[in-house]
Design a binder for this molecule. Structure first.
Ligand code: 0RA
Length: 285
């Protein structure tokens, strides 16, 4: 478990399970097929992640003789292989996929709405306990995964934190402009909806909500170079405390990295060059 999801005793691994399932739905949104993701924390500490994407494919795999969905749920890294878009951007558990969550759940229910029907399969500790069953006809599309973390693996912190899940979902909503993400905690009926049309520019506006800003408009831009896309939003305020956060593939980089160092250097150099060129740094200023 440590290899795939991190610490099983302090809650980080536990919450990673939820983030990995959400990351699959976010990928579906990034591929342009999903607009809503709903997360529910149930009273028994199971979690449901439901999206309105295309649904995990239910067709038989020609050689494995199993439905694609079952392979996605039981084979490490299988998810990406069925996705023709090959669009794995949102980072969950280092990309091992939802099969790791399945293996670490004492039970998991997969529901799919696709190809005109609802479908369902149940698993215990990663092993199917039912066939993928075809249920009632539907015109809906999407996927829902409900999982219960295995109590023989997760110790000490075994309850999901509404704040910890909510904080991450809020970040994901900022980073995926227009994607609606909701969280509902059935233990206390708390709920929140996150949807930000303005992307990270709105993130910065909200970060500065309690500060006096020096310029009203957030400076925001997006650029691509050699297949790498960079999104930047900046706004100065009157405080002396810099708040700089960076993400790579929607994962927060708590310890920064070369991209943060490089950004800082380029920003300082650019402002210095401008100030020098326009003689803003003279002794009169
Ligand atoms: C493989 C292929 C396709 C979709 C997905 C996986 C998929 C996975 C997850 C996991 C959570 N929600 C998801 N939604 C979709 C697309 C196959 C196609 O229709 O072309």
């Amino acid at each position: 478990p440590g290899m795939y999801i991190g610490d099983t005793d302090d809650g980080t691994g536990l919450h990673h399970l939820g983030f990995e399932v959400v990351a699959n739905s976010v990928d579906e949104a990034l591929a342009g097929h999903c607009t809503h993701i709903e997360v529910v924390i149930h009273v028994d500490n199971s979690v449901t992640v439901k999206d309105n994407g295309r649904g995990i494919p239910v067709g038989m795999h020609p050689t494995e003789k199993k439905p694609a969905a079952e392979l996605v749920m039981t084979v490490l890294h299988a998810g990406g292989k069925f996705n023709q878009d090959n669009y794995k951007v949102s980072g969950g558990l280092h990309g091992v996929g939802v099969s790791a969550v399945n293996a670490l759940s004492d039970w998991l229910r997969l529901e799919i709405w696709r190809d005109g029907y609802a479908w369902e399969q149940e698993y215990a500790r990663g092993i199917p306990v039912t066939e993928l069953k075809r249920l009632a006809p539907t015109t809906e599309r999407g996927t829902a995964v409900t999982f219960h973390p295995d109590p023989t693996i997760f110790k000490n912190v075994i309850a999901f934190s509404y704040e910890q899940l909510g904080q991450k979902l809020r970040e994901l909503a900022y980073l995926n402009s227009g994607l609606a993400i909701s969280i509902h905690d059935e233990r206390n009926d708390k709920r929140q909806d996150f949807v930000y049309e303005g992307g990270i520019a709105t993130f910065v506006t909200d970060m500065n909500a309690t500060n006096t800003v020096i310029h009203p408009d957030v400076i925001a831009f997006c650029a691509e170079h050699e297949g790498v896309t960079v999104d930047v939003a900046l706004q100065w305020n009157e405080s002396y405390n810099e708040q700089l956060v960076c993400f790579t593939n929607t994962i927060k980089n708590r310890d920064g990295g070369t991209h943060l160092t490089g950004f800082r250097q380029a920003l300082t150099r650019t402002i210095n060059n401008y100030a020098t060129e326009f003689k803003l740094l003279g002794k009169d200023n």
